[in-house]
Design a protein around this ligand. Structure first.
Ligand SMILES: NC(=O)C1=CN([C@@H]2O[C@H](COP(=O)(O)OP(=O)(O)OC[C@H]3O[C@@H](n4cnc5c(N)ncnc54)[C@H](O)[C@@H]3O)[C@@H](O)[C@H]2O)[C@H](O)CC1
Ligand SMILES: [K+]
Length: 480
């Protein structure tokens, strides 16, 4: 688990109803418990808090320890800077108490004059996962003051030694960190305490994943992703249009390559049409499209292509020579199913439903979620890419880990919802997301769009209404 996961878990935990207040209470209670287990009670304890949530954990720790210990709480910084609601809430509680001595320290010189020799334990809750760069004043002086007592006073850090990973960090006996050890933490002893997360958070896709996936890269035109959608045939033009329309809300430019015969049916100013001659895609179109592919960040290939041998040969030839991240969907899946070797060395997401999964791998995904996940993970590992298995719960795996998505509803069995999904996954790839996150968040937003449309129109809706809901799903996720 990485620090980024902490923020995704906190947001997804809130989505499940586990509030940041509960997490902070459990974090502070956990630190207090470990301190009393290790050092006993009736102690003189100094808690140093910063103005972030690490400091917030310190406020809770101070309150819990004050029940059977003498506690002094030093806030280092301006209390007006205490940012989060949960940290402020715990600060207000502390200020309302009488047995905890509180000092607000803003002046580095004063901090450097402190005498901490009378304390048995110092709790370091100055900086945590939100640290950026070397510790700045007055936090820096507090770190150096605490370090004067390393070896003679017990020093316990909350989450990580403040200042880490810079060299100017608290010399802690150990850190009490939360829920799991983090990959980035090393060089100091950690004690892990749980703070109330359910195991589902390892796998369930939520607004936390979406927030990280939707961070816009630059604000300049054309930096926020370019996507090429390849689809359509003599009989179908709706599918590639739906994929393109949905994607156009997330990326700057969407090129839509279709046979000219059906391209005539599309007139949407948001899309850049790139018709190719004829009625269906054939191998002769590969070079033209590979040239077009050089201009974009990701590709969706498959919606509405049709299943003629020529078209399937076109798909395999294109995939074999394409160097960009690809979503292979719908008829494109049946084309590559005939020769999976074209996927070797590629970056891709396959988006099969159960039937297409069976065509691809000769086995149907049955049974409970965990069994399906194992199968999807095994097949994704075998083909070296990411698979998004669509279903009541979508299951996504890159062969190393797996995710599942619960958004969506039965109204989405209507045609075209898979095209919207393929467009969203392609757009998220084009925004620079890795395939696992692009596929997971694509499934999440697609289902959310379906849920929002159902809210409005009931269960009879079209995929076009879903595509038009995409901006609302993005807004909801970013504001969550
Ligand atoms: N799920 C969990 O693990 C939980 C963790 N909790 C605690 O939350 C902190 C992370 O809180 P956050 O507010 O994001 O950041 P910090 O408190 O670490 O610091 C931000 C704070 O400090 C200022 N700051 C940042 N860098 C510097 C610097 N180099 N010098 C000086 N000041 C700096 C910044 O301006 C902010 O004011 C995590 O570590 C856990 O302790 C939750 O409480 C419970 C769930
Ligand atoms: K800390």
């Amino acid at each position: 688990m990485r620090i980024e996961d902490v923020y995704i878990w906190d947001i997804n935990a809130k989505w499940l109803g586990i509030t940041p207040y509960q997490l902070m209470e459990n974090a502070g209670a956990g630190v207090a418990r470990v301190i009393e287990e290790r050092f006993g009670k009736g102690l003189k304890i100094a808690v140093f808090s910063g103005t972030g949530n690490n400091g917030g954990d310190g406020f809770v720790t101070a309150r819990h320890l004050s029940f059977e210990n003498e506690v002094a709480l030093f806030l280092v910084g301006d209390e007006a800077k205490i940012r989060s609601e949960e940290a402020r809430h715990n600060w207000e509680i502390l200020k309302g108490l009488d047995f905890v001595e509180i000092k607000v320290l803003k002046d580095s010189a004063y901090i450097r004059s402190l005498d901490l020799s009378g304390f048995d334990v110092i709790v370091d809750a100055l900086l945590g996962a939100g640290t950026k760069g070397e510790p700045r004043e007055p936090i820096r002086s507090a770190i150096e003051k605490i370090n004067e007592y390393a070896g003679e006073v017990r020093i316990v850090s909350v989450d990580l030694p403040s200042g880490y990973p810079s060299k100017i960090r608290v010399k802690a006996d150990f850190a009490v960190t939360f829920q799991w050890d983090k990959e980035e933490y090393e060089g100091f002893e950690r004690v892990v305490v749980k703070i109330g997360y359910p195991r589902e958070l390892y796998h369930l896709v939520g607004p936390g994943d979406a927030k990280f996936a939707l961070r816009k890269r630059g604000e300049h035109k054309g930096q926020n992703g370019k996507l090429l959608v390849i689809g359509g045939s003599e009989d179908y033009f709706g599918a590639p249009y739906l994929a393109s329309k949905a994607a156009s809300y997330l990326v700057d430019l969407v090129y839509l390559a279709m046979p000219e015969y059906s391209a005539k049916r599309i007139s949407d100013p948001d899309l850049i049409l790139r018709p190719v001659e004829g009625r269906d895609f054939v191998p002769g179109h590969v070079d033209t499209l590979l040239k077009l592919a050089e201009k974009v960040d990701a590709i969706v290939i498959g919606p509405g292509l049709g299943l003629s041998d020529e078209t399937k040969a076109f798909v395999r030839e294109f995939v074999k020579h394409c160097a960009k991240p690809m979503v292979i969907d719908a008829d494109g899946l049946k084309a590559v199913a005939e020769d999976l070797s074209v996927l070797r060395g590629k970056t891709f997401v396959l988006t099969p439903h159960a039937g297409e999964f069976r065509v691809l791998f000769g086995v149907g995904p049955e049974g409970p979620l965990a069994e399906k996940a194992e199968l999807v993970m095994e097949k994704a590992g075998e083909i070296g890419g990411t698979i998004l298995l669509k279903g009541a719960y979508d299951v996504i795996s890159d062969g190393k880990t797996w995710k599942y998505n619960k958004t969506g509803n039965m109204g989405m069995t209507t045609g075209g919802t898979g095209d919207v999904l393929a467009g969203l996954v392609g757009a998220l790839l084009a925004l620079g997301n890795k395939p696992l996150r692009a596929a997971s968040v694509g499934a999440f937003l697609n289902g959310l769009a379906g849920d929002m449309v159902k809210e409005e129109l009931g269960e009879n809706f079209t995929a076009l209404e879903m595509a038009k809901k995409v901006p609302h799903t993005v807004k909801w996720a970013l504001e969550f």
